[in-house]
Ligand binder design. Sequence first.
Ligand code: HEC
Ligand code: HEC
Length: 220
Amino acid sequence: MLLRTFIPLALLAVLFAGPVGAVDLDKGKEINGTCAACHGEFGQGGKKGEYPRIAGQRVKYLENQLNSFRARTRLNIPMFPYTQERELSDDDIKDVAAYLAGVELPTRMPNFVGNEDALTRLLMVDKVMIIPRAEGDIENGGKIYQKQCVACHAKTGKGRGMFPMLVGQYTSYLKRQVGLYLKGDRPHDEEGVVGVLNGLKPAEIQDILAYLTALQEPQE
Ligand code: HEC
Ligand code: HEC
């Protein structure tokens, strides 16, 4: 008897929840309003990388990080209040991650056609994301990157699946993360201090960062 009333209810719940895995991009955009205070209106980050760029990042990676912040397996004190269950549900995480992953930031200054007003021009320029060239030996960085990082972060540096995009991210932010990984505060490819980053010298890491800033430029 109990089962009989139970099953139809469960079924109804599933039917009304809509298609499994559907994301609501409008909702994602709305949620991003609270993120914008730190990460910028277009997810372009700010304060020279104190706030990382989150636009155009891989959707799976964004979801994983938001879940880690919420669970406190990745410590991020400024963001903690925004990731608490009531603030950011599982659905919210999916929606905001999908929205942000779809935001494209150009790497060139826009060509104005001439009839834009000042505000439109300002917004167009605001969206342009050019990371200044970092110091280091680009050629050496490229060799190491293509050998040791490419399997996960991809040839283009744009990542794949759960592996984050590195290209187009603030150098200072990436450097800070490498520091956290090396200290074991954030797990990278392996637990502890046996991962790929631990086998590199500081100068080699700097060279990779330089290479990443060179990769960002459109190659024609
Ligand atoms: C009060 C400021 C603040 C707000 C608001 C905020 N963040 Fe953050 N966020 C940060 C800081 C600071 C970091 C970098 C932490 C670090 O250096 O490890 C960060 C990191 C992240 C990262 C990790 C990026 C990466 O490349 O690993 C993601 C994803 C992220 N935030 C998404 C969001 C989303 C989505 C929201 C809105 C729901 C949000 N943040 C709201 C401050 C904020
Ligand atoms: C076996 C796969 C793998 C390889 C190889 C790899 N990475 Fe990663 N990398 C990851 C994963 C997974 C993450 C995200 C970890 C997490 O969830 O915090 C990451 C994150 C990063 C981040 C932080 C990105 C962010 O937005 O916070 C940096 C920086 C980074 N990797 C640099 C490198 C460099 C440099 C190399 C080559 C020397 C490299 N990785 C090789 C898997 C890999």
